[in-house]
Design a protein around this ligand. Structure first.
Ligand code: AMP
Length: 406
């Protein structure tokens, strides 16, 4: 089957596209007017000459053949949009939602984008140079492809906007705070979703003190008190806090001075090390950035990486419990949090003092509640859905439901 022969699929009425334009990838999900099940999901990986697009329907069956070789994000997005339109010809695209990494101090909720919003978002590019320009390009390309259709920006920073000053600032000269060098926190769409789910399935916990550990290729943790973010491990950039697949996590700034002064590295070289060569990959001496591979490897390099990852999660958990004066629930999400029984077990080991005791059977099954009946603190797994948060905001912008997009 070629792109031209993509079979039209069922699906009519209003459709909502959730787009996530990253530094080298483009993820998308197409939702109907109601419900949590996407009509189609897909992604373009490695945007560039080797880039490849995959798209599948709700049953996981490929809708169109994998296409490849995209010169840039705009070309990738154009192919995605053309494929989706061809596959769902009866669908009326009512709003497009976009994941945008940075809303700065300006946005604490999704916003319908106009030229003034785009200009504001562009001023935030220096704070997220690897992501924000691609997010903005995605919005511009979608605006061109769907003239007159509301474009809704959904921010990774928004969920954290109300954090207290002490978690929002660095101890730098105050002018840095004034110009926006702050601890914004990210993964907000994930925390938003998990908070909503907790409110639905365990409202008594949501009114208490919760730590959510979003452990994936990107990883962070958030302390949530009565539904509001009060602390997050990711600060100014997506480099802070926990070690990630290839990102370093918390780092003493003196290390960067060493790289600059003693090794004579330039900023591009340092950026490459901190973003692409560190984290699990660096710790395992280049073995892998992937937790599954490390768990299977079972050698000294892999153990070193997993040990450090677990240690930093435990450390952050202790700090967050201290910030909130205790903890009522610990929630795991993200690819590692949802799937790695080893990491969950090891994180929860020796946390009896915090009222945490997991049930090994439930943990092995990846049940929703994995704490034992004797555990004072509830430990849960809530699979996260950032795409759904974006789709809901797009629906709201089209006047259909749930959250407000202003
Ligand atoms: P994400 O970025 O949320 O998609 O998460 C990706 C991470 O989840 C990678 O490190 C994967 O190795 C990890 N992961 C996914 N499935 C498993 C699994 N069954 N066991 C351990 N790690 C997993």
């Amino acid at each position: 089957m070629t792109a031209e022969t993509t079979a039209p699929l069922a699906g009519s009425g209003a459709g909502f596209l959730a787009l996530n334009a990253g530094s080298s990838s483009l993820k998308f999900a197409l939702f109907p007017a109601e419900g949590d099940v996407a009509l189609a999901t897909g992604q373009v990986d490695r945007i560039g000459p080797d880039g490849a697009m995959k798209i599948k329907d709700a049953a996981g069956e490929p809708i169109a053949p994998a296409e490849g070789g995209f010169t840039d994000h705009a070309a990738a997005l154009a192919t995605v949009i053309a494929t989706v339109k061809r596959a769902f010809p009866a669908l009326n695209f009512a709003a497009i939602g976009h994941r945008v990494v940075h809303g700065g101090i300006f946005y604490s909720a999704p916003v319908v984008v106009d030229e003034a919003v785009l200009e504001t978002l562009a001023t935030l590019s220096p704070f997220a140079p690897l992501h924000q320009p691609h997010n903005i390009a995605g919005i511009r390309a979608a605006t061109e492809a769907f003239p007159g259709v509301p474009q809704v920006a959904c921010f990774d920073t928004a969920f954290h906007r109300g954090q207290p000053f002490v978690n929002d600032t660095f101890a730098l000269p105050h002018r840095y705070y004034e110009i926006g060098v702050r601890r914004y926190g990210f993964h907000g769409l994930s925390y938003d979703y998990v908070t909503g789910e907790l409110g639905r399935i365990a409202p008594h916990l949501m009114s208490g003190r919760v730590v959510v550990a979003h452990l994936g290729n990107g990883a962070s943790m958030c302390a949530i008190h009565r539904g509001r973010s009060v602390a997050s491990s990711m600060g100014y950039s997506a480099l802070d806090g926990l070690p990630m697949g290839t990102r370093c996590g918390q780092l003493n700034p003196g290390v960067m001075l060493y790289m600059l002064d003693q090794e004579g590295l330039n900023t591009a070289q340092i950026r490459q090390i901190l973003y692409n060569e560190s984290g699990l990959l660096g710790l395992s001496n280049g073995l892998s950035n992937d937790m599954r591979t490390l768990e299977a490897a079972d050698n000294a390099e892999a153990h070193r990486a997993i040990d450090y990852f677990v240690f930093r999660v435990q450390r952050e958990l202790g700090a967050m419990a201290a910030v909130m004066g205790g903890i009522d629930a610990l929630v795991f999400c993200g690819g590692i949090g949802e799937n790695s029984r080893v990491v969950r077990r090891r994180v929860c080991e020796r946390l009896g003092w915090m009222g945490i005791e997991i049930d090994h059977g439930r943990n092995a099954e990846s049940a929703t509640v994995i704490s034992s009946e004797f555990s004072r603190t509830t430990v849960m797994i809530v699979p996260t859905r950032e795409d759904l948060v974006i789709a809901r905001a797009a629906r709201a912008a089209a006047g259909l439901s749930e959250t407000a997009a202003t």
